[in-house]
Structures are given as structure tokens and as C-alpha cells.
Design a protein around this ligand. Structure first.
Ligand code: SF4
Length: 86
């Protein structure tokens, strides 16, 4: 399964699919970021979204309820867990 196939398989269930909320807000716009995160908190495919964003190194936007900076921290944590497991 390619990454494109994977994203197609979950995006139809995304809570943001018909949302007017901006999921690529200015990084300083706390209100806009909170609004996007609120939608993500109700999303049935948030885990898939977050995993996709981290695996494909999305550097902008709110994915899986997390900002780019938050995803960098999660990616580091995941990498550390993989290193420890091997
Ligand atoms: S987690 Fe957020 S950005 Fe990702 S699909 Fe769901 S609502 Fe959209």
C-alpha cells in the first residue's frame, strides 16, 4: 500500500473534511490553532492523520491535533523508542 493509498483510505472519515476552519494557521495565531485542535479532538481518524503527518514529515499545519513543533517532539520520541527496541 502506498502512502497515497493510505491517506485516501482514512481522509473520507476526517472531521475536517467539510470544515471552514483553517488547518494551516499562522504559527502565532493561538485562537486559530485552538479552533483546529478542537475539530481534531472529535476526529475518528486522528491517529492515522498524525501518523501520516509524522511519516511524511509535514512541516506545516495542524495534523492529528498537533502543531509542527509538537510533531517534531513526537517524531523524536518515536525514533527513540525504535532505537531502544532494536
Ligand atoms: S485529525 Fe484533524 S487534521 Fe487530521 S483528519 Fe482529523 S480533523 Fe483533519
Amino acid at each position: 500500500m502506498t502512502i497515497e493509498t493510505e491517506i485516501v483510505s482514512w481522509r473520507d472519515d476526517a472531521a475536517c473534511i467539510d470544515s471552514k476552519i483553517d488547518f494551516f494557521p499562522n504559527p502565532e495565531d493561538v485562537a486559530a490553532i485552538s479552533a483546529a485542535k478542537e475539530i481534531c479532538s472529535t476526529c475518528p481518524v486522528a491517529d492515522e492523520c498524525l501518523t501520516y503527518a509524522i511519516e511524511t514529515r509535514q512541516s506545516e499545519g495542524i495534523w492529528g491535533g498537533h502543531t509542527p513543533k509538537e510533531r517534531v517532539k513526537i517524531r523524536r520520541k518515536w525514533s527513540e523508542q525504535v532505537r531502544r527496541a532494536s
